[in-house]
Design a protein around this ligand. Structure first.
Ligand code: 3H9
Length: 709
């Protein structure tokens, strides 16, 4: 429901000991106090009222919510209605004739911090976080943030905050706050004393725009070095360079012209496809937690203790997530030796984080103390959730779930980390399929943000809700998916690997294709990725997919042959590429090209020159097409869920918003036409693998997007 400006901003007067009044202007727009149209109108009205009231000597802007403000209302961006513009509100604040003091009672981000920067004084508490995260939305602080922050905090500090988007604790930020109190509970009383002091000292209005930046602290070298330092993480993004240019303008131009330049750059960013993608992704990530399978009335089970079956790399990584969140974990391995090895690996991981300064030695010990090893299933009798991470074979999973059914207490959630197997079949090994669910972590499980939560045919709403909420507690982004081979992520990646292999048979060099995919924005191409993960992993999965080979004799034939020759990737020093001892740099190997040539001849595939565009389309479009099938089958509830899976699970560039947003951006008709073209051009292979999904065909014909579903 839209708020009106009276509700969005609250106004109070507070009588001071000298008889004068302090006007208190509180923003109130839950959940994050976004600076919506109503808030902007309310701020203008209340500030004007305070300025017109002769008894008011100073004005406080604060909030009664837990946040000071989460910034501009992003949900309004699509409407294009920015009236009254936020910069106009800030102009009113900065040029007010009475001192305006921002009291930051909670985090201030983006436009929220920009409001504070335009005030004449700023007060907060030490642990409070502030930041300008606009760059994460593909834009830049467009309400004077790029001009005012350098004036207050210095150019180097401002550049870092604006380009990284990282929040900073007030205690670590120099030049911005006039008073930083240690105890948040004392913030209001100390702020009032501060305001009285400002009034007593003549109510001086100190405008940030009047500060001159010392150009000697912001020479060209500083910007050049900064550009170099962020080149890797900024690759492919549009906004970071514009952020830097806007800060450069704060040094080179007077304030008013600087603001103008900021405005131009802001508009350029706003109109970029990267901004559309990043803003789509912001809402996609949050929308992933809005699922129809439960509601507010669905109870949630209390998870206090967790069990993990398997202390391998995956089981260990999963266990770390819970220990990091302060939950005790019992890790089970049947052999003591494997258990000791697994626990030692976890310790090494923690110690390596400590070496990098991410953990203290005490934290390492605290976390290790939460991890208990066992070789006896009976020790899982009291866990509230158990996650199985054992060998990916149905018989093995059945054994584990049968045993869990016997030993675990009623109401315990029994989860499988399977990445491909049928969860319903796994659940059938128990007498409580309603308590069985999939929790598909991505490797390394202690690092990757994504969790595919797989709902089985019988998984209860209560179990689904508990696991979705638990994911947030262990700092994962959970996406709910249905049961099919590979669920969403791995089912879609299948076509990606298949097509990479086929392209090599058709004459593409691995390094050519890897470069095309890297340039598209993924961290690495499919061959480098396969070598890093181990080519044997895909080989093993393919053994259970013999029906693919029956339809297509070329199906991943090169990858299979390489594995059969012991070329399993980086760990063997050779896979698709060669690796020098101790090096991770892939070296092209003519032997692999020769093998491709021979196999192509044997299969009657003509090798030819293939353009970068064809490579890209043949790698990415079938993946999108599979996404369309997944949507049609209801395996994913919405296209944005697929985007979240691809960005967080597979490194799909966030500035493309995920594969489905990318498809929407370039147009579904383009994808549909290309699928038809390859279907018709690639003979039997094309007929088999390039059939457009009916949903893609329908939406393309209607001129619609996946996001319209
Ligand atoms: C800006 O300021 C531009 C200016 O420089 C220039 C203008 C001219 N607007 O994340 P949560 C929603 S750009 C609208 O789960 P948390 C969110 O979608 C802005 N809605 O909470 C969700 O909705 P739902 C720069 C917003 O406590 C709900 O609020 N600011 C906004 O985990 C709860 O969100 C940013 O980039 C918004 N600004 O984290 C900050 N923010 O419940 C963006 C949130 O329907 N926001 N929502 O799913 C955040 O980083 C986090 O939301 C925050 C709270 C840390 C604030």
């Amino acid at each position: 429901m839209k708020q009106n400006s009276m509700e969005a901003v609250d106004y109070e007067l507070q009588k001071q000991s000298d008889g004068s009044q302090l006007a208190l202007v509180f923003m109130q727009n839950p959940p994050v106090n976004a600076l919506s149209k109503a808030v902007r109108i309310g701020l203008i009205a209340n500030i004007k009222q305070a300025l017109a009231d002769e008894s008011v000597k100073a004005i406080v802007i604060s909030s009664k919510q837990s946040l000071f403000s989460g910034g501009a209302d992003i949900s309004e961006f699509a409407s294009g209605d920015f009236e009254p513009p936020l910069p106009a509100v800030l102009d009113l604040i900065e040029n007010a004739a009475k001192p305006i003091i921002a009291v930051l009672n909670g985090p201030a981000f983006g436009g929220g911090l920009e409001v504070a920067l335009a005030c004449h004084y700023r007060v907060t508490f030490a642990a409070n976080k502030v930041g300008l995260p606009e760059v994460n939305l593909g834009i830049l602080p467009g309400a004077g943030g790029t001009q005012r922050l350098p004036r207050l905090a210095g150019v180097a500090q401002a550049l870092d905050m604006i380009v990284s988007g990282r929040p900073v604790a007030a205690s670590k930020l120099s030049g911005v706050f006039d008073l930083v109190v240690a105890d948040p509970a004392q913030l209001f009383s100390e702020s009032l004393t501060f305001c009285q002091k400002v009034v007593a000292e003549g109510a001086v209005v100190r405008r940030t725009c009047d500060i001159t930046i010392d150009a000697s602290t912001a020479h060209a070298e500083l910007f050049a070095q900064f550009r170099l330092s962020i080149a890797k993480q900024a690759r492919g993004f549009f906004a970071p360079e514009r952020c830097i240019q806007a800060v450069e303008a704060s040094v080179a131009l007077p304030f008013v012209q600087g603001l103008q330049r900021e405005g131009e750059l802001f508009l350029e960013c706003m109109q970029s496809k990267e901004a559309r993608a990043q803003q789509h992704f912001f809402f996609a990530e949050r929308a992933a937690s809005h699922v129809k399978d439960y509601d507010k009335t669905t109870p949630v089970r209390d998870i206090q203790k967790v069990g993990i079956i398997g202390a391998g790399t995956m089981g260990g990584g999963i266990a770390m997530n819970f220990a990091n969140a302060g939950l005790p974990v019992t890790v089970l391995e049947l052999k003591q030796e494997a258990l000791d090895k697994g626990l030692a690996l976890i310790r090494r991981n923690y110690e390596s984080s400590a070496k990098k300064g991410k953990l203290t030695a005490a934290q390492v010990e605290q976390r290790m103390a939460l991890l208990q090893g066992t070789t006896d299933y009976a020790n899982l009798a009291d866990v509230d959730l158990v996650i199985e991470a054992v060998f990916e074979k149905m018989e093995v999973k059945h054994e584990v779930f049968k045993t869990l059914d016997k030993v675990c207490k009623p109401g315990a959630i029994l989860a499988s980390n399977t990445s491909t197997l049928d969860l319903n079949e796994i659940a059938s090994a128990t007498k409580r399929p309603q308590d069985v669910i999939g929790m598909h972590f991505f490797s390394p499980a202690n690092v990757m943000k994504l969790l595919e939560v797989v709902k089985g045919e019988h998984s209860s709403p209560e179990v689904i809700k508990t696991v979705m909420q638990l994911a947030k507690k262990i700092n994962k982004v959970a996406v709910l998916v249905g049961v099919c081979f590979g669920f969403v992520g791995n089912r879609m990646i299948e076509s990606y690997g298949r097509e990479a292999n086929r392209l090599m048979l058709e004459g593409v060099k691995p390094e050519q294709l890897d470069q095309v995919i890297y340039d598209f924005g993924l961290p690495m191409g499919p061959f480098t990725m396969g070598d890093m993960a181990g080519q044997d992993i895909g080989y093993f999965v393919r053994q259970s997919r013999q029906e693919f080979i029956q339809h297509d004799p070329s199906y991943c034939i090169l990858a299979d042959k390489l594995v059969e020759q012991g070329r399993v990737g980086l760990k063997a020093g050779k896979g698709v590429y060669l690796y020098a001892q101790g090096s991770r740099t892939p070296i092209p190997d003519p032997e692999v090209l020769e093998l491709a040539k021979q196999e192509a001849q044997r299969l009657g595939i003509k090798q030819r020159e293939i353009s970068d565009q064809e490579m890209l389309e043949r790698i990415i479009f079938p993946l999108i097409n599979e996404g369309a099938l997944i949507l049609e089958e209801g395996i994913a509830a919405k296209s944005s869920d697929i985007d979240v899976i691809y960005v967080y699970g597979y490194g799909f560039p966030v500035y493309r918003g995920g594969p489905m947003q990318y498809a929407d951006e370039i147009g579904l008709k383009t994808i549909y036409d290309a699928m038809c073209k390859y279907r018709d051009e690639l003979g039997e292979y094309g007929q088999h693998w390039f059939q457009p999904a009916p949903l893609l065909k329908k939406l393309a014909a209607q001129g619609k997007r996946f996001a319209d579903l």
